[in-house]
Design a protein around this ligand. Structure first.
Ligand code: NDP
Length: 336
């Protein structure tokens, strides 16, 4: 039975640099009603992801910006409360970009039924969802790993990076992670099987890469940009591949952004640099999900979740992306 009030987190200001709690506001809206072909759903798990920073800013190159006053964008796992679409029944679990709110109306065509036999429900937002698919498809389809390759990944302990390193190991590669704390790096090497981990905050990144990648870097899975990329590019091996997936160190900058400044290294190594956007790979989702689910069931993939309870805590949790406090897939448990 649905409540009569729908709590929603709306965007009230475009962040100027780092986002602040005052850029968001919790409002109480009326309960929406589904029209023909639509579903009324109740949010169970809300996903928080770094890309949201791009969507609440004014850079419309990536995707349209969330309008001021609108519910903040976000993927979620929800339960169907009422269905006016023949493919869905009350009680079904679905994934949709239904936003930061307790209840939402979504088009049946924009919802995906979650197969709860593949793993716990929350994995549909993490290892078996958008971040897991980003890691798998970015590495396999763009990085094209070969056994013996050295794969370097930044933001390595995160939802995407941790899976990149593990899939690289499954593909017979060496995996080197770059992350921002000793605790995260110990997790990479001791629990996930990475061959080496570099702390970009305390290590000399260039020297550490030389030690960890004596034959150069065959694949760089780029998640952060900035100083880390500047150290990686001069160490690319001949015919290396770079998967440009994210640039989280740049998302809050007001001035010019640096992913990498010297493209001569691309010329010298004949490296291939490929941009990757998960939403262009929909045709590959099911293959990716089935493979990840199989590895998960076989115990070859591990994952970590960073869970926050209550929609009212979503904003504070989202801000943690930019100070290194997130450890694992960040998500909000909105309802049981
Ligand atoms: P994470 O869980 O990895 O969280 C982001 C991490 O980035 C933080 O925990 C922090 O870890 C690190 N970080 C923050 N600020 C900096 C900085 N200034 N310099 C270096 N590292 C920093 O997020 P996800 O796994 O969800 O996403 C990883 C990347 O993938 C993001 O860039 C995201 O935008 C991108 N992405 C792209 C997609 C696509 O289709 N192209 C789809 C999904 C994600 P630490 O402690 O190590 O600093």
């Amino acid at each position: 039975m649905a409540a009569s009030i729908n709590r929603q987190v709306v965007l009230t200001a475009r962040p100027d640099g780092n986002p602040r709690e005052s850029d968001f506001e919790m409002r109480e809206g009326a309960m929406p009603a589904p029209g023909a072909g639509q579903l009324l759903v109740r949010t169970i798990w809300l996903s928080l992801d770094p890309y949201m920073r791009l969507r609440i800013g004014d850079n419309e190159q990536y995707f349209p910006a969330v309008p001021l006053g609108d519910v903040v964008i976000g993927g979620a796992i929800s339960q169907v409360v009422a269905s006016r679409h023949s493919d869905f029944a009350e009680g079904d679990y679905i994934e949709a970009y239904s936003g930061w709110q307790d209840y939402a109306v979504v088009d049946g065509g924009a919802a995906r039924k979650v197969d709860a036999t593949l793993g716990p429900l929350s994995t549909a937002l993490g290892v078996l969802g958008m971040p897991g698919l980003t890691a798998y498809l970015g590495l396999i389809d763009v990085g094209k790993p070969e056994p013996g390759d050295t794969v370097v990944v930044s933001a390595a302990s995160g939802a995407v990076g941790a899976i990149v390193g593990q899939v690289a190991k499954i593909a017979g590669c060496r995996a080197v992670g770059i992350a921002g704390s000793e605790r995260k790096n110990a997790y990479l090497t001791d629990e996930l099987g990475f061959d080496a981990a570099i702390n970009y905050k305390t290590d000399d990144i260039a020297a550490a890469l030389d030690r960890a990648c004596p034959n150069g870097i065959n694949i760089y899975f780029e998640n952060v940009g900035g100083a880390v990329s500047e150290a990686v590019y001069p160490r690319l091996a001949p015919r290396a591949r770079v998967v440009v997936c994210g640039g989280v160190s740049q998302y809050n900058l007001k001035g010019p952004q640096t992913t990498v400044s010297n493209l001569q290294n691309i010329l010298f190594t004949e490296a291939k640099v490929g941009g990757f956007n998960i939403f262009s790979y929909e045709a590959r989702y099911e293959d990716g999900r089935q493979r990840l689910a199989r590895w998960l069931a076989e115990g070859r993939l591990k994952y970590k979740e960073d869970v926050v309870h209550g929609l009212e805590n979503a904003t504070a949790a989202f801000l943690r992306f930019f100070d290194g406090e997130v450890f694992g897939k960040l998500m909000v448990k909105v309802a049981q």
